[in-house]
Design a protein around this ligand. Structure first.
Ligand SMILES: Nc1ncnc2c1ncn2[C@@H]1O[C@H](COP(=O)(O)OP(=O)(O)OP(=O)(O)O)[C@@H](O)[C@H]1O
Ligand SMILES: [Mg+2]
Length: 268
């Protein structure tokens, strides 16, 4: 089955010293799906993203993107192959404006024509003026789409944490990734922004045709937009299924959801 899947993780295991952080993790993702990854603190969710994006090499297992094993590909090659990710905390240059940060990411995306663009830029030719205008337009469109227009000319150090995280998301989308890994996009952002995040991600999926793997502790958000949920606990896949199936799964409820969460909260 994984051979035919758009993206598949098969038998991934990783130890940190004596700690088995990932233990034979396997699941697959279809193109265009939003798959949610949930689990208690320390379950291994961020570490799994680190393995997928190339920060850690698993002891065992494969990471297959359209059948190509990424395990031996360096992180930058994975980005070229269409993998984008955000981090659990935002990482941005503090003294650049929002629009410049997004423009820089758009430039990186255009690195395909890099050498020609660079030369044209040095020579100040018509091609570079056109390319620069395209980058500016793309960056402004993204800034607008993510509701950042009011902050476009503010430098990162002036922004609230929520706005920083949305800016970071804009930089990832500027790279036009095919598979986007989002690590707790709602963490540290205000309730109102969190509520806007669900519809925004659905809209981005529709418009970009991208596939999303999403880590979230905000249950209404992740249950509301995911097509499927994978629940991790102690480095193992505990359960996999639709949001409704996961919420009704006794193992998941015991390991993670506790009694504190019911389906009504999602629907409300
Ligand atoms: N670089 C590292 N070296 C050693 N141990 C690590 C390292 N990174 C993470 N761990 C450990 O691996 C386990 C899994 O951590 P991870 O950050 O993947 O969990 P998580 O599911 O993302 O949790 P959270 O919901 O709190 O973000 C934890 O026990 C953590 O302490
Ligand atoms: Mg984490």
């Amino acid at each position: 089955m994984p051979e035919g899947a758009y993206f598949a993780i098969t038998g991934v295991s990783l130890r940190f010293g004596g700690l088995q952080v990932l233990d034979d993790v396997a699941f697959s993702v279809e193109r265009g799906e939003i798959v949610g990854l949930i689990g208690p603190n320390g379950a291994g969710k961020t570490t799994l993203f680190d393995v997928v994006s190339g920060f850690h090499k698993p002891r065992q297992g494969r990471i297959l993107l359209e059948g190509v094993d990424l395990v031996d590909e360096p992180a930058y090659r994975r980005a070229w192959l269409g993998l984008g990710r955000t981090f659990q905390t935002a990482r941005l240059f503090p003294n650049e404006t929002v629009v410049d940060i997004v423009k820089t990411a758009c430039h990186r995306r255009m690195a395909g024509g890099a050498v020609r663009g660079l030369l044209a830029g040095l020579l100040g030719t018509a091609g570079s003026v056109k390319a620069e205008r395209e980058v500016t337009e793309r960056a402004e469109t993204l800034v607008e789409r993510l509701g950042l227009a009011d902050y476009a000319n503010k430098v990162a150090s002036e922004l609230s944490y929520g706005t920083l995280r949305l800016t970071e998301l804009a930089t990832i989308l500027a790279m036009e990734p095919e598979l986007v890994l989002l690590d707790e996009p709602s963490s540290g952002i205000a309730q109102r922004e969190t509520e806007a995040l669900g519809p925004l991600l659905l809209e981005l999926r529709r418009d970009l045709g991208a596939t999303f793997l999403l880590i979230e502790h905000d249950m209404p958000l992740i249950m509301g937009i995911s097509d499927r949920i994978v629940a991790l606990a102690a480095g193992q896949v505990l359960a996999e299924g639709s949001p409704a199936e996961i919420q009704a799964n006794d193992d998941v409820v015991e390991a993670y959801l506790g009694g504190a969460f019911t389906l009504e909260e999602v629907v409300a």
